[in-house]
Design a protein around this ligand. Structure first.
Ligand code: CTP
Length: 401
């Protein structure tokens, strides 16, 4: 689906439409009312060879705002104006295009175009950051001559580059290869209370777990996200079970029937051995404070012990600090063996800041000796690589791309 918002760069969306249609894609164009002031309906209809969907009222018997979003393999918006970015961020649904964005569960690519002042404005930048945190691919605008005599960032990326980005997205995601697969993912970091106001926590943001959930949904899986104190919102289309501590997480994970379990959460290894019922006051503590800790249950290892057959496929994550790439793999292999899971996604947390970052670099180790390296890429791409490995195990005849 090609969404066209109301900006002068709408005329360049014509070239994107041609590029997509020429590479064999069926494109339905959804222009906003403002976009139609720049390029008229007959142009979109003639070049796409399909009826143009312009409002929620036409063809209401087919419920277009739901049908278009659900049926699309990818939604691409050219140009994504400041107004469209703002409406998409806030879930406003006041025309067919924004309704469609709320019903789409496929990848969404936005190609912004606006004046530099509008692009660099904190409101637009905050909207772009929010959309990206939800997994929407917001392309960087190009720099150069804008509509008037001004120049700067805000120009629509070149139409062939937009077509390439869409092709990449379509290539990366084999359609619906996780259809009918149920997945439980833990994400975020547990907090272990010491008293009613204090806790021991960790720096996990939940971003990798959220990307795993979002990409699994877009590949057709039914996803439950067991979420511990995430900094980012859960993606649309998943069942969320909020948890607080390692014990809560253990209770939420056990007894859940699933084809695949992914333990992406950073679970505390230790918790205070007693929870004070009331806030501990400074004058109750004498001199140096010593906090007595006790170990928590290893949820991953206990899920492996509980399993009776070949399902679920159980995936662990390992955050390690290593001296070298070889040492990292060594640590990963021994952890994989210790935990007894089928796959372990190993990343190094020492050299670069992984926590809270949007990209990641991992090795996916298999209990069968397999090894897949995923070079530095977005957490969404890391998630897709893991699902490729999992999908190949669920359907052994399917080769990994
Ligand atoms: N994990 C778990 N329960 C715990 C601790 C960890 O289920 N109490 C899971 C994590 O979700 C992750 C995997 O075990 O999938 C590895 O976590 P990590 O912190 O790297 O390993 P630890 O077992 O804690 O080992 P160490 O801290 O000694 O490296």
């Amino acid at each position: 689906m090609l969404g066209v918002a109301g900006g002068i760069a709408a005329y360049k969306a014509v070239e994107v439409l041609r590029g997509l249609a020429e590479s064999g894609h069926d494109v339905t164009v959804v222009p906003t009312e403002a976009a139609l002031k720049f390029v008229g309906e007959p142009t979109w209809a003639a070049l796409s060879g399909r009826p143009v969907a312009t409002d929620v009222w036409s063809g209401a018997d087919t419920v277009p705002h739901v049908r278009l979003g659900q049926g699309a393999a990818v939604v691409v918006i050219v140009p994504a104006t400041a107004d469209l970015l703002a409406r998409a961020t806030h879930g406003v649904a006041n025309d067919l295009l924004t309704n469609t964005l709320l019903t789409a569960r496929c990848p969404v690519v936005m190609a912004p175009a606006m004046h530099t002042e509008m692009w660099v404005h904190p409101a637009t930048q905050a909207n772009v950051a929010t959309l990206r945190s939800r997994g929407i691919i917001v392309l960087e605008p190009a720099s150069g001559r804008l509509t008037g005599s001004d120049t700067g960032p805000g120009r629509l990326p070149d139409p062939p580059a937009i077509v390439d980005a869409v092709r990449d997205v379509l290539r990366r995601r084999p359609s619906n290869d996780l259809a009918g697969v149920s997945v439980v993912i833990s994400a975020g970091g547990t907090q272990e209370a010491w008293d009613p106001v204090r806790f021991i926590g960790n720096r996990s943001s939940g971003r990798q777990g959220v990307e795993l959930a979002r990409t699994a949904v877009s590949r057709g899986a039914q996803v439950t996200l067991v979420a511990a104190h995430m900094e980012v919102p859960a993606p649309a289309g998943v069942t969320v079970i909020p948890v607080g501590s390692a014990d809560d997480l253990l209770a939420a994970m056990h007894g859940r029937s699933a084809d695949v379990i992914v333990m992406a959460a950073a679970v505390a290894d230790f918790k205070p051995d007693a929870l004070a019922a009331r806030k501990i006051k400074k004058d109750q503590l004498d001199g140096d404070v010593v906090l007595a800790l006790t170990t928590t249950v290893d949820v991953l290892a206990s899920l492996v012990r509980e399993r009776t057959g070949e399902r679920p496929i159980i995936v662990g994550f390992a955050a390690e600090t290593a001296e070298s790439p070889e040492h990292l793999l060594e640590l990963g292999r021994s952890k994989l063996q210790r935990k007894g899971c089928d796959l372990l996604v190993v990343n190094e947390v020492g050299s670069q800041d992984v926590f809270g970052a949007t990209d990641n670099q991992v090795a996916i180790l298999g209990a069968d000796g397999s090894l897949v390296h995923v070079g530095r890429s977005s957490k969404a791409a890391v998630a897709d690589s893991l699902w490729d490995v999992v999908a190949a195990r669920l359907q052994p005849s399917r080769p990994i791309d």
